[in-house]
Every structure is written in C-alpha cells, then in structure tokens.
Ligand binder design. Structure first.
Ligand code: UGA
Length: 453
C-alpha cells in the first residue's frame, strides 16, 4: 500500500520505517526541510535503537519530501504523527494537526483514509474529519468526489524500544466509523500478529490517554509508597516485587525513582486532567499523580542537602540528561529541574550523558557561557574529583560502573541514586554514602535524615 507519514518525530518515523519493512511504500513528510534532507542521505534526525538498520535495509521503499503536494496526492493512507504540545492550561495544542489536515484537503486526489496517530483529546478525530471534508469541498470544487475518512489508530511505542514495540505491539487499536476504513487499516497491519481492538473513534482516543495516564498513576503511587518506605525503614523494591507477583497488579511500572518524564506522560496526564475538569468530571487520582510527580523530582536535592547541608562550592556530577535510557530525548527530563537548582546553589555541575548533551544544550542556551557547568562524554572524567554523583538516568554505563571507580575517582564518595540503579547492599562494605529512593539509606543516620528531609 502507499502510505504517507506526516511528521518525522519518534512516532511518524519509527512507524513509517517499520511499515516499509513490512512491504509498504512509505512517503515521509515534514515541514522541516533539514530533517528531510538528512533522511534523504540515510541520516536519522533522532536516535532509536535498530532504526538505522531498518532505514538502510528498506530505504528503496521510502521517499522523503517537504512538499505537501508530493506527500498527500496519491496515498491510500495518510498517518498524522505530528506533535500535540501542551498549552499553558494543560490542554493539547492541535495547531500542527490541523495544519496537516488543511494540506491534505488541498492536495488529496484519491480515496484515502487519514489516520490520527498523534495523541488527541477525545472527540478530536470526529472534528478533524469534519474539517477535512469541509476544506476538501472548498479547495476542490471542480474535482470528482472521493472517499475520505478519519480513523483513530493510537500508537503505544515507548522511546528507546520504539522499533521493537512497533514491530511486536501489545495490541493495535482501530477506531473507525465505516467497514471500508476499517478494512483499509486492517490491510496496513495484515502482517502484524497481535490482538486487534476494533472500536469507535472516541473509545480509541480514550484507550490511548487512559493507558498512558494509568501507567503515570502507577508510577506516582509507587513513588509515594517509596517515600513512606523510607520513613518506615522498608524497601520499596521488595514491596514492588511482592505486589507485582499478583497478576491483577502486574510487575511493570512499579520502579520507584524521581518520577516520570518524557514527552508523553507529563503532557497526557495534564491534558486528560484538563479535559476532565472541562467536562465537570474531575479525575482526582490523575490530579494527585501529577502533583506527586512534580514533587518527586526534588528528592535528589533533598538528599544532597541532607548529606552536606551547605552546597555552595561543591563539585557534583549529574549522570544522565535524557528522560530515560536509550534515547537522546530530554523533554521533561528531571535534569532540567536539578541542574538549575544546583547552579543556583553555586555548585560546579559536571554533566554526563552518552547521547543527549546536544539536546540538553539546545534547551538551555542561557547556560552556554556559564563556567559552573561542564559537559562530559566520558563517565570517568565526569565523576573525577567530585563531592557527589546524582544519578538521574539509569544508563547501562552507570549501572556497570564499579564501586572502586567511584571510590578511586571521587573526592568524596557520595552517591545519590535517583533511579535505584544498584542493589541496596552494593556499597555496604565500602566507605561510600549511598542514598537511593524508598530503600533503607546507608551512611546517614536515619533520625538525622528524617529531621532534615
Ligand atoms: C510512554 C508509554 O510507555 C508508551 O506505551 C506510549 O506509547 C508512549 O508513552 C507515548 O504516548 O507515545 P515513553 O514516554 O517513551 O512511553 O517511556 P516510558 O518507558 O513509558 O517511560 C516514561 C517515564 O516513566 C520515564 O521517565 C521513566 O523513567 C518513568 N518510569 C517508567 C518510572 O519512573 N518508573 C517505571 O516503573 C517506569
């Protein structure tokens, strides 16, 4: 089939490349000609494991353009995968989605199913279809009528494992209004072996939000339990394991830490909460999850202050700038909270990340000439002569670092582990202050800590 992906971000690019690997002819469209030029030269504008290999192998089935006329005129299916950023009030900004819809209406020349991959508020697919049909009629008074339908087909890929999630999805959700559109989308996914959920568009839109928001609530719940565990001398990892063995609870997304980041959970929780308020049916659990997540980010600062009191003049390594390992995406990453706070305290910040330094720097042009922040691509150079290491992202490089290296390289071996990267007893027999989240803390007397945190 001929498929166009509008938007070459994580969703559009990964989906399109994976569909090309299944035999479809895929055209990629983006407003940014620089990204399109990179792709034409087989260069990826994002990092995602396994994506480069697929791009190279199935390149012959792909084309790239920043001209709407080339992208939208002759495709069987157009997938909208552009951003829906958060507005100030928490609701979703649909400007990019509607801009694609206008372009499709102007250029489409044949029967076509328009698939909304972007996460949009419940009810939006219907509005998009209305806008598409109206604009099509206005722009094409002389053209014969064609069949156009909008289908909701949310994606469930996670960054870092996006290719694997797309090729082997847990489920495919298809929200459509007619048999014709449902059958077209069925053909797109004919080669995918997983449960398929056929439903109406509103339910498909809600499945997407409810799934992401449920996982966010689960994370905030375990983080609150973690904070209570610390007070009670319990170990949240054992608690999570004991809970997760119950199939009704499940063992995933119960990793305590400094909260969820990325471009989906923070945005989607706020958007669904906004929507619920707008409908006068507030989701109170979601409101609480958002609040918990915002506070949880400050834990490393609280722990560092519990150890040192005064922070001015310390040299601190911040390990991990991306919101999670396996991606260079820094959106809503805890590094944006922690690093400015450390700088405000007059700390020398040594920041390390294997792939996300450039993206972090782009978000913080104000730090360009700040001599109190240094960036490192070598982990050992970064932690050398520091008074503390704060782990914000559980990269394997960090997990594989030996206790001896910390001891040998650091000025003061104080490790604040915001992601519980190490077994709790890892530093037991060493002269290391190791503080993590929701587990019994070592080297700071408990009563001292609780007084100060
Ligand atoms: C998330 C969902 O997992 C995907 O299913 C969904 O398709 C995607 O959003 C989307 O809407 O497009 P993603 O944000 O890439 O994917 O990453 P996750 O692996 O879900 O992690 C999100 C955040 O939660 C990260 O900051 C991670 O560190 C944190 N997390 C995750 C925890 O703090 N604890 C956990 O147990 C799991």
């Amino acid at each position: 089939m001929k498929i166009t992906c509008a938007g070459v971000g994580y969703v559009g690019l990964v989906t399109g490349v994976c569909l090309a690997s299944k035999g479809h002819e895929v055209t990629f469209y983006d407003v940014d000609p620089q990204k399109i030029d990179m792709l034409k030269n087989k260069q990826l504008p994002i990092y995602e494991e396994g994506l480069q290999e697929l791009l190279d192998e199935y390149f012959h089935r792909m084309s790239f353009t920043s001209k709407p006329s080339e992208a939208y005129s002759s495709s069987d299916v157009i997938m909208i995968a552009v951003g829906t950023p958060e507005k100030k009030d928490g609701s979703a900004n649909l400007t990019y989605v509607y801009s694609v819809v206008s372009d499709i209406a102007e250029h489409v020349n044949q029967d076509c199913v328009v698939v909304v991959k972007s996460t949009v508020p419940v009810g939006t697919n219907e509005k998009i279809e209305r806008a598409l049909l109206q604009e099509f009629q206005i722009s094409n008074t002389n053209k014969p009528d064609i069949m156009l339908e909008v289908v909701s087909n949310p994606e469930f890929l996670a960054q870092g494992t996006a290719v694997e999630n797309t090729l082997n999805p847990s489920r495919i959700v298809i929200g459509s209004e007619t048999e014709w559109a449902k059958n077209v989308i069925d053909k797109v996914y004919a080669d995918f072996k997983c449960p398929k959920v056929y439903t109406d568009r509103q339910s498909a839109e809600m499945i997407k939000y409810a799934s992401n928001v449920f996982l966010s609530v689960k994370i905030s719940f375990i983080n609150e339990i973690a904070n209570l565990c610390e007070k009670m001398g319990a170990n949240v990892e054992d608690v999570a394991m004991g809970m997760g063995l119950d199939n009704r609870i499940g063992n995933q997304f119960l990793r305590a830490g400094i909260g969820y980041g990325g471009s989906y959970f923070p945005k989607d929780t706020k958007a669904l909460h906004w929507l619920s308020q707008y409908q006068n049916c507030e989701l109170k659990t979601v409101k609480a999850a958002i609040e918990v997540n915002q506070t949880q980010r400050f834990r490393p600062m609280q722990l560092l202050s519990a150890v040192y009191g005064e922070l001015s003049g310390l040299s601190v390594a911040v390990l991990g700038l991306s919101f999670k390992p396996g991606t260079d995406d820094v959106r809503e990453s805890p590094s944006h909270t922690i690093i400015p706070l450390l700088l405000d305290e007059n700390v020398l910040v040594k920041a390390w990340d294997p792939i996300a330094i450039n993206n972090f720097q782009k978000v913080h042009p104000e730090l360009e000439h700040d001599s109190n922040i240094e960036y490192y691509s070598s982990l050992t150079d970064c932690i050398k002569d520091t008074d503390a290491c704060i782990i914000l992202t559980e990269w394997n490089d960090v997990k594989n670092l030996s206790e001896n290296e910390y001891i040998k390289l650091m000025h003061q071996p104080v490790i604040i582990d915001g992601r519980n990267c190490y077994p709790i007893d890892r530093f037991q027999s060493h002269n290391v202050t190791y503080l993590s989240i929701g587990r019994p803390q070592k080297s700071v007397s408990r009563s001292d800590m609780y007084d100060s945190i």
